[in-house]
Ligand binder design. Sequence first.
Ligand SMILES: *[C@@H]1O[C@H](CO)[C@@H](O)[C@H](O)[C@H]1NC(C)=O
Ligand SMILES: *[C@@H]1O[C@H](CO)[C@@H](O)[C@H](O)[C@H]1NC(C)=O
Length: 585
Amino acid sequence: MLFLRLASCLAFFISLRLINCLPNGAPISTCSTLQPVHSNIPPEASQSLFRIEPQAKIVGQGQILRIEIPSSIPQLSFKGFIIHARTPNGRVVGRFASSADGLVKLIDCSGVQNTATHANTSPKVDFGLDWQAPSDYLGDIIFNSTVAQDYDKFWVGETSEIVKIVERDQVIPSGISTTRRPIEVTTPNFVRSTSGLKNNDDFIYDGCGDTKTCFGSPDNCVATKSCQTFSAVIVKGDRYIIEMRSTKSAAYVALGLSDDEKMGKDSVVECVNESGSVKAYTSWTIVSNGKFDAPRTGIPQNSIRLIEGRLENGMIYCQVERQPVTIINGIKFDLTKQNYFLLLASGSGIRPASVDYHDIVRLSSREALKLSEVTNVEGRSTLLLRLHGAFMITAWIGTASIGILLARYFKQTWVGSSLCGKDIWFAWHRICMILTWALTLAAFVIIFVEIKGWSSVDNPHAILGTITTVICFFQPIGAFFRPHPGSKKRPLFNWTHWLGGNLAHILAIVTIFFAVKLGKAELPEWMDFILVAYVVFHVIVHFIYSISGCVSEGKGTRVTSFPMTDISQSRSQMIASAKQDAVVR
Ligand SMILES: *[C@@H]1O[C@H](CO)[C@@H](O)[C@H](O)[C@H]1NC(C)=O
Ligand SMILES: *[C@@H]1O[C@H](CO)[C@@H](O)[C@H](O)[C@H]1NC(C)=O
């Protein structure tokens, strides 16, 4: 078996050697048919597993153009090939450069060195050739080829997309092309093969950090090949191709380019499942009144082109080519020169002319990167942000509320037992408030570490939060130095302590409301309803306790060991409980 294989390789090798050994002017038959010589094995009828990819669509006379021959199956190699460029009349033009690695042989098809073939049958992966455009021809050309995966498996007549040869001074050197050059929206005259990819979900990770810049969520998922939402930027010459995929029944997946890690004034490419077929759009993010939107209206859609889009096993997959330089709403996006943060998003809903809330994934890259260079991208960790939120909510919706309720309604009724020599209500009040204090200060420090300074966002959250934290900071210090119950200054302390605590609590709740409006917090709008529900609940609890307090006082059943004469002589029933203070030894 092995022998047969070797023999067949050898035969192929010899057959192509035959061409190579032919003197100037290979037989016209080979040049026009591109068939391996003397082969009576028919070519494959299926779509070729290899593509012919010139790295630019426009090239100046006499300039060098790189042609790559990638496979649709990663790491699949081929052994032999013949390739040349033809004009629409079938004339073979241009000239190939001989390669230093000795893999390429040049032959003549009514011209000099205008056709390239393999020099040996070693397996070729990531293979490319340099071709020099003719100086005596202007207009379209197409590369036509035969690629042989093996002696008995080859595809004849596989062509590239059209390449335009223009006068040299009309060409913008590769890599700094501008919007003057629109990407042709005509579909190529051949269909790319997608067979072989279908049962292999992992193909998308091949080449990450090597030939493409990959970015996915959750963190570290590229390394473990387990991304829920994945994106990659592939640069081929001056072509920028964005590849995206999202699992979990996403209706869309989108990649934005941003000059900061936040939404707003970003250029987005999105692939959308529109009733079962994949469409690509470009959109523009705006933030107004804390609300995000990414409309497509007014954004020129011709700066992108969908190369490939599929819906498979609940996944949306697409490849979109994006112009290297675009000007959107007066802002220039130059992928070749500028650094951008990547914003990756996916979600389950779409609206008529935009995508809906990013309910599946929303991640920005840790740093801005130059897309023309392949790198490994990490997502920005939201751990500190989450801790800040969790601590503040625990402190102010949890412990502070309980502590205030205890101090207000239980100081007369919960004195019987004692903890460490204090009335039990006081012991618990103190525990709750120490927790509130510690959590608040921790969350305060955390957010400054995360943001590295003062928030630049136009939202009162930061200023209100700071005031709350300052009041909160002094509350226990004041309590520690409180005057003895008998002293004259005691009422003053009671009042300040009560006022400070309640003010901080109210401010904290308002601050949390403003957090919902902060883009960075990534809180959904319905958080508002939860907060409103909490406030209503809190008010009702106060109300019930106040009523029951009045009622029990009226009946004279209240267990009041210490009438609160130390606060004020003129006791108002309604706020009595607020002013009262049990004796704390
Ligand atoms: C490519 O070459 C094959 C074989 O000569 C030919 O049949 C086919 O028409 C060519 N394709 C183009 C677009 O020139
Ligand atoms: C795409 O949308 C269609 C209809 O809108 C739906 O039936 C289909 O399941 C969706 N596919 C994926 C992969 O989300």
